[in-house]
Design a protein around this ligand. Structure first.
Ligand code: ADP
Ligand code: MG
Length: 246
């Protein structure tokens, strides 16, 4: 195990059971993210990327295997304890911005802090404005989501992810709903946050953006097929070619 690992998954497996089917969404996943690292995860649709992100974000639990976050085993925690870990340590950015339409931008950013017993109302407002400042959106604090472009909404979603000062930002296809100009601008923002010290794990299927990360991880059919590709390795290198497990 890497001593600087913020996140360490060992032999993680995730099986979804539905009425007539057993889906092995994740098989034998060994994965780590070091403090301060920017890791990208790429792979075809259905290969398990979002499932992996849900487990990393404690929204879901593995069927088997071990998950250590910040030195603490979180795989075995109950729902309530996981919710606490989530609100204190995880910041999420999704493809759909998921802002609440009848809350102002500032209020949207305060939402994750309302789950925090250690943050009072004044502190919430102050932290929200700081987070807005970090994404360059303070001038929109009193606006509503519908008044903003997609790119601006995603910047606000990034501020909401940051506001609780999480240990890690998890971004699942953060540019998936954006045109290339807005996508590039959101990526620029994520890169700036990383350079300022944030730990970042991002799923993308956009080959333009995988190489913005320090390290690229490739998934195929629920498995990590290559996990130590340096950012300078071109995407069409042999590392990208998965062997068919069938
Ligand atoms: P990706 O994000 O790489 O497109 P997902 O992690 O969403 O892939 O899905 C991986 C596999 O797990 C797919 O076969 C998908 O249908 C299945 N899956 C994901 N979530 C569920 C669920 N809640 N119930 C049943 N099957 C699921
Ligand atoms: Mg997905």
């Amino acid at each position: 195990m890497s001593t600087s690992a913020l996140i360490q998954l060992t032999k993680v497996q995730k099986i979804f059971l539905t009425e007539d089917m057993e889906t092995h969404a994740l098989s034998d996943i060994d994965f780590h993210v070091d403090r301060g690292e920017f890791v990208s995860i790429t792979g075809p649709s259905g290969c398990g990327k979002s499932t992996l992100m849900s487990i990393l974000g404690t929204l879901d639990t593995a069927t088997s295997g071990r998950y250590v976050l910040n030195g603490k085993e979180v795989g075995a925690l109950d729902e309530r304890e996981r919710a606490r870990v989530r609100s204190e340590q995880i910041g999420f950015v999704f493809q759909a911005f998921n802002l609440i339409g009848d809350l102002s931008i500032a209020e949207n950013i305060e939402v994750p802090l309302t789950y925090r017993a250690d943050v009072d109302k004044n502190e919430r407002r102050k932290m929200a404005m700081e987070a807005l400042d970090r994404v360059g959106m303070t001038h929109r604090a009193k606006h509503y989501p519908a008044q903003l472009s997609g790119g601006q909404q995603q910047r606000v979603a990034v501020a909401r992810a940051l506001v609780g000062r999480p240990s890690i930002l998890l971004a699942d296809e953060p540019t998936g709903n954006l045109d290339s100009k807005n996508g590039e601008s959101v990526m620029q923002l994520l890169k700036e946050l990383h350079l300022a010290g944030s730990t970042l794990c991002m799923v993308t299927h956009d080959p333009r953006y995988t190489e913005w990360a320090d390290r690229q991880v490739f998934m195929f059919d629920g498995r990590i097929v290559s996990g130590s590709v340096d950012a300078s390795t071109p995407l069409d290198s042999p590392a990208m070619v998965a062997s068919d497990p069938a």
